[in-house]
Design a protein around this ligand. Structure first.
Ligand code: HEM
Ligand SMILES: CC(C)=CCC/C(C)=C/CC/C(C)=C/COP(=O)(O)OP(=O)(O)O
Length: 292
């Protein structure tokens, strides 16, 4: 198709917009863990892009049947008929293999192993298994998206410590409010595709109650590294302000009495969740490197 050449489709298979935030949560921890060279940062960004991009392409191979049914995804390269499923699988596995080799040879083996673990978790535990079988899919499967801070940390420190695992947990607890805010507004799509997302299985009110408690846990957890002396006042104030806004947004969703009244605040929470995570991780790096 003239308006969608192959290169454009290959990039679309990697879900570049999602990767941009994954890379923020990879690179910021590198500056928390130490003082990385520009070359290490660039290598980790390239390796991280190829690994997450490969995972996303394999996700589109496995999900080609449901992507074909959902309005949000039906124009992707496979359901729209522009690419062969097998070619997409080969592309995904190919770039993830390149990433594994690159990270192992030019960064270190632990970094490569953690990134590959993220790939397997997302492809097999989330996409292949839990996404279609349980409303807890994005809670447990969401751990895949929490690997990037470990990857960045290991690239600089060569090992993992308590702060690295706290960063993993922050992304882990962030995922339910991030995703369910979107899922509340995409129930028809998921219903048509037979994907058991929480709002469909538990109902909206239970899902929103869980979003609230995950957000409370998240904000509590973001403050915890300060108690361990990992961060100072710049980060603490940022975490409290950013977290306060998140709680305010989720509370607005919870306070809305009808599904119609929830549409606006839940879209807000979804959009804000992206800004929240980016700014929180940025604040960590700034706190450690600029004000240390
Ligand atoms: C199991 C975990 C997750 C699930 C199920 C999930 C699901 C989604 C979905 C369905 C979208 C909408 C995409 C679209 O409109 O095509 C989205 C958007 C997005 N997600 Fe997540 N997400 C998860 C974790 C993450 C993580 C860990 C990150 C990064 C740290 C992330 C970053 C983003 C970004 C940046 C967008 C906006 C993309 C855009 O505007 O095109 N997500 N997510
Ligand atoms: C370290 C490393 C390589 C980690 C990889 C982890 C990774 C790619 C996380 C992304 C999470 C994500 C985009 C989920 C989308 O949900 P979905 O697949 O249900 O969305 P869809 O309906 O848009 O396909």
């Amino acid at each position: 198709m003239a308006d969608a050449p192959l290169a454009k489709d290959l990039i679309a298979l990697t879900k570049p917009r999602i990767i941009s935030l994954l890379l923020v949560t990879t690179v910021a921890p590198m500056y928390v863990a130490g003082v990385p060279s520009v070359l290490t940062v660039l290598l980790v960004m390239l390796g991280g892009y190829l690994m997450a991009g490969g995972a996303n392409a394999v996700n589109m191979y496995i999900d080609r049947d449901i992507d074909d049914v959902m309005a949000r995804t039906k124009l992707r390269p496979i359901p729209s008929g522009r690419m062969h499923a097998t070619a997409v699988l080969a592309f995904g596995v190919g770039i993830a293999t390149a990433a594994t080799w690159m990270l192992a040879v030019y960064v270190n083996v632990l970094t490569a192993a953690l990134a590959l673990a993220g790939f397997y978790f997302y492809v097999f535990i989330y996409t292949r298994w839990l996404k279609r079988s349980s409303p807890q899919n994005i809670v447990i499967g969401g751990a895949a998206g929490a690997f990037p801070p470990l990857v960045g940390w290991a690239a600089v420190a060569g090992q993992l410590d308590l702060t690295a695992w706290l960063l993993f947990l922050i992304v882990f607890y962030w995922t339910p409010p991030h995703f369910w805010a979107l899922a509340l507004n995409k129930q028809r799509d998921y219903g048509n595709a037979g994907v058991p997302m929480a709002p469909l299985v538990w109902g909206e009110e239970e899902t929103i109650a869980q979003m609230w408690w995950y957000s409370v846990l998240l904000v509590g957890l973001t403050v915890l590294p300060v108690a361990f002396g990992a961060f100072g006042p710049i980060y603490l104030v940022s975490a409290l302000v950013l977290g306060g806004l998140l709680l305010w947004g989720v509370w607005k969703v919870r306070a809305a009495a009808t599904p119609e009244a929830r549409v606006k605040p839940s879209w807000w929470v979804y959009g804000y969740s992206l800004l929240y995570l980016a700014l929180l991780f940025l604040a960590m790096a700034i706190d450690r490197r600029v004000f240390a």
